[in-house]
Ligand binder design. Structure first.
Ligand code: PMV
Length: 307
């Protein structure tokens, strides 16, 4: 068995693809993989309601299964049955594909008694992300392995130690989108508006720089403000949608101090942070969107065990 957390990007998605800074945190929701010996390789995904995610399953599992095949070949292994149980929506910006690949490979390694270092596990799991889009920042995979808060600067990934733990509201717009096409869309914006993109990237970089130095919960107002500014930057580069903008505005009027889309955008989830009265804000927001849920920052990354 192996468990790997999903993630939310607090700041910096898209800009990170072009060398910008970003910060993401692991959340206390993710994917559990159960591996057993079988005659032929098979892999299936079961969602939080314990149903096969049949519609999305094939597309979603293709990269995971490719990364798994690569791992099996490298160690000359054959015959594995993998069942992935997820309690995060797929294709929604919460790192479900990265958490699935990380959990799948960690469970396979546990089953066959192979000890993988974090960087070996990363190299195997990133294969799946490379299939999703050509230039993945690797943030999802890294944070799913390490847990806690992770920052990327100039393509290098660091764990941010002593980052405070807090709760976020997450709400899925239920519009499925594809990370690769959103990266493509933003790249077109960047090609046509190079100066605007550069200015926004500099602004987002400085927000990440300020937020990574937060050590106490009393400083979280800084993060909330940075999230609001970052949403505007993402809206300008074309990553948002009218529905995501509406959800963000409604979250703010429900009492959330900061709200933004998270991940590639074009659909998927928003995240929101309430500094004071989080219960009242959640009650108000979830009266409009019944699929909103709360997620806590999780310091725990991937781990595996034998049942
Ligand atoms: O929506 P997600 O979880 O696939 O995140 C995509 C984040 C991007 O910055 C747009 C791409 C990347 O590789 O970092």
């Amino acid at each position: 068995m192996a468990s790997a957390p999903g993630k939310v990007i607090l700041l910096g998605e898209h800009f990170v693809v072009y060398g910008g800074q970003a910060i993401a945190v692991a959340i206390d929701k993710g994917v559990i993989a159960e591996a057993s010996i079988d005659q032929k390789n098979s892999i299936m995904l079961i969602d939080s309601k314990l149903q096969l995610e049949s519609s999305q399953e094939k597309n979603f599992l293709e990269p995971v299964s490719l990364a798994l095949d690569h791992f099996m070949k490298e160690y000359s292994l054959r015959g594995i049955r993998l069942v992935l149980k997820s309690n995060i929506p797929s294709s929604a910006g919460l790192g479900s594909s990265a958490a699935s690949s990380v959990a799948a490979i960690a469970a396979a390694a546990e089953l066959f008694g192979i000890r993988l270092s974090d960087s070996e596990l990363y190299d195997h799991a990133i294969i799946a992300e490379q299939l999703v889009h050509k230039r993945p920042s690797g943030l999802d995979v890294f944070v799913s392995i390490s847990g806690g808060a992770v920052k990327i600067k100039q393509g290098k990934r660091f764990r941010v130690d002593d980052f405070p733990s807090f709760q976020l509201m997450v709400c899925d717009s239920k519009v499925k989108r594809n990370t690769g096409s959103m990266v493509e869309k933003v790249s077109e914006f960047k090609n046509q508006n190079g100066d605007v993109f550069k200015a926004l990237q500099t602004a987002v970089d400085s927000l990440v720089g300020m937020v990574e130095s937060i050590r106490r919960r009393s400083q979280l107002a800084l993060l909330a403000n940075a999230m609001n500014l970052n949403h505007e930057a993402l809206r300008i580069i074309g990553a948002s949608t009218p529905l995501l903008d509406k959800m963000v505005i409604e979250a703010r009027s429900a009492g959330y101090n900061g709200a933004k889309l998270t991940g590639a955008g074009g659909g998927g989830c928003i995240i929101a942070l309430a500094i004071s009265q989080p219960k009242a804000a959640f009650k108000k927001f979830s009266a409009i969107y019944d699929n909103a849920f709360l997620a806590n920052v999780s310091t725990r990354g991937v781990h595996s065990w034998k049942e």
